[in-house]
Design a protein. Structure first.
Length: 400
C-alpha cells in the first residue's frame, strides 16, 4: 500500500526539445523501470495562463504525447493520461479549496514571480492563484509519494505536503479513533507494539525523524494487520488520525546538462533550442551557425574550448577521443570551428534519428496514440476514484 508510486505532469507547451529530453524524459524513462509511474499532460494547468487562447492546447497535447512515446516513454510500463480527462482531479481540487488558506497560496514563490514575469497577461485570476492547489490535487489523488520535478517546482511539492497534512488533520479522525488506534497497537504483538510506542514517543516528544522512519519501516514489514489498522497506525505515529492522503516528496531531477545553442540553458524563451522533430538540415544549420569562442575571429586564431558553447555540447555528445582532439586542436588552431562542430552534429542526428522515426510512425497512426491515452485515462480514473471514495467518506459526503 505504501510502495513507491511516481507521478509527474507536464504542461503542453509546444514541441519538446533536447532540453526536455535530457532534463526530464530520460529520467522518466529510467524511472518507469524502477517504479509504478503515472505521467500526464497538465492541460488544465496550461489554461491557467492561456485561458484567453485555449484552442491550441488540444493539438499541443497530442503532439507532446507523441514526443513522449517517441523518446521512449513506454505505455506498457507507465500510465499516460490527460489531466482534464480524469475529472476527479477537479472534484478533489474543489474540496481541498475549502480548507486551503489564501495566505498559503499567496506565499508560493512562483505566484508572484510569474505574475511579474508574464506582464502582458492578467494573471490576477482565481485559477492562477489556485495553480499549486490543482497540482496538489493531481498528486494527492494518486497517493503518489515521489514526484520527479525540477528545482523550481519544489515549493509546489512542499505546498502539497502541507495540504495533505492539513486534510488528514481535519478529516482523518474517525469517531473512537484513539481507542481503535490503541487496539491496533495491541495487534502488533508484544515486542513490536513496545517498539512502535517507544519510537512514536521519541518522534512526538523529541521530533526524532529517524525514529519516525524506523516506526514506518516496522509497519511496512508487518503483515498481520488489516489495511485500515495499518493506516490508523501510520496516522497515530504523527499524532493525527488516519492518513487519508499521502504526503509526497520531490524526487529532484538533476539539472539538465543540456546547454542551448548559445551556451545558456536550453529553453524556448531563449530561442536557443533544437526540437525533437527538427529536420536534419535544420539541425546542421543551427549548429553550424552557433557562436563559438569570440577570440577565434579568423581560422588561424587560437581558441579556448571552455569559452565556447560548442565545447559544452561535446560534453553531452562526444567521447574522450573527440574531446581530446578538441582540447588539442582548438588552442593550437589546428582545427577549424566547422570541423569541430561536425561530431556534435553527427551526435545530435544519431540521437534524434530513432526518436524521429518513432514520432513519424505514431503521427501516421493517430488512433494508436488515442488508444494509449484512453487506456491510461481509464487506469488513472480507477485509482483516482478509489481515493475520492475515501475523501468523500472522510468529509461526510458519501450519501451512500
Ligand atoms: N507545474 C508543473 C510544471 O510546470 C506541471 C505539473 C502539473 C505537475 N501538475 C503536476 C508536475 C503534478 C508534477 C506533479 O512543470
Ligand atoms: Fe569552439 Fe571548437 Fe571552435 Fe574551439 S574549435 S572555438 S571549441 S567550436
Amino acid at each position: 500500500m505504501y510502495a513507491d508510486r511516481v507521478l509527474s505532469g507536464m504542461r503542453p507547451t509546444g514541441n519538446l526539445h533536447l532540453g526536455h529530453y535530457h532534463g526530464v524524459l530520460k529520467n522518466w524513462i529510467k524511472l518507469q523501470h524502477e517504479y509504478e509511474c503515472l505521467f500526464f499532460v497538465a492541460d488544465w494547468h496550461a489554461l491557467t495562463t492561456h485561458y484567453d487562447n485555449p484552442l491550441g492546447i488540444e493539438e499541443a497535447t497530442w503532439q507532446m504525447v507523441i514526443d513522449w512515446l517517441a523518446a521512449g516513454v513506454d505505455p506498457s510500463r507507465a500510465t499516460l493520461f490527460i489531466q482534464s480527462q480524469v475529472i476527479e482531479h477537479a472534484e478533489l481540487h474543489l474540496l481541498l479549496s475549502m480548507m486551503t488558506p489564501l495566505g498559503w497560496l499567496e506565499r508560493v514563490p512562483t505566484y508572484k514571480d510569474q505574475q511579474e514575469k508574464l506582464t502582458e497577461k492578467d494573471l490576477s485570476t482565481y485559477g492562477f492563484l489556485g495553480y499549486p492547489l490543482l497540482q496538489s490535487a493531481d498528486i494527492l489523488i494518486y497517493r503518489a509519494n515521489q514526484v520527479p520535478v525540477g528545482e523550481d517546482q519544489v515549493p509546489h511539492i512542499e505546498f502539497s505536503r502541507e495540504i495533505a497534512r492539513r486534510f488528514n488533520h481535519l478529516y482523518g479522525k474517525e469517531p473512537g479513533y484513539e481507542e481503535k488506534a490503541e487496539a491496533a497497537v495491541k495487534k502488533l504483538g508484544g515486542k513490536k507494539a513496545k517498539l512502535y510506542l517507544e519510537m512514536r514517543t521519541r518522534y512526538q516528544q523529541d521530533g526524532d525523524e529517524a525514529a519516525l522512519e524506523s516506526a514506518k519501516a516496522l509497519l511496512g514489514e508487518t503483515q498481520n494487520l488489516s489495511l485500515g489498522d495499518k493506516e490508523r497506525l501510520y496516522g497515530y505515529l504523527e499524532g493525527g488520525g488516519k492518513m487519508i492522503l499521502t504526503e509526497p516528496e520531490a524526487l529532484l531531477t538533476e539539472a539538465s546538462k543540456m546547454p542551448g545553442l548559445d551556451g545558456q540553458k536550453m529553453s524556448k524563451s531563449y530561442g536557443n533550442t533544437i526540437s525533437l522533430r527538427e529536420s536534419p538540415e535544420a539541425v546542421s544549420k543551427k549548429i553550424r551557425t552557433m557562436p563559438t569562442d569570440p577570440a577565434r575571429v579568423r581560422r588561424t586564431d587560437p581558441g579556448t574550448p571552455e569559452k565556447c558553447p560548442v565545447w559544452q555540447l561535446h560534453q553531452v555528445y562526444s567521447g574522450d577521443d573527440v574531446k581530446a582532439w578538441v582540447q588539442n586542436g582548438c588552442p593550437s588552431a589546428a582545427i577549424g570551428c566547422l570541423e569541430c562542430k561536425q561530431p556534435v552534429i553527427d551526435g545530435v542526428l544519431r540521437e534524434l534519428g530513432p526518436i524521429q522515426e518513432r514520432a513519424r510512425a505514431y503521427t501516421e497512426e493517430p488512433d494508436r496514440v488515442k488508444n494509449i491515452i484512453a487506456d491510461g485515462c481509464e487506469r488513472a480514473r480507477d485509482l483516482a476514484r478509489e481515493t475520492m471514495r475515501d475523501v468523500r467518506e472522510a468529509m461526510g459526503l458519501n450519501y451512500g
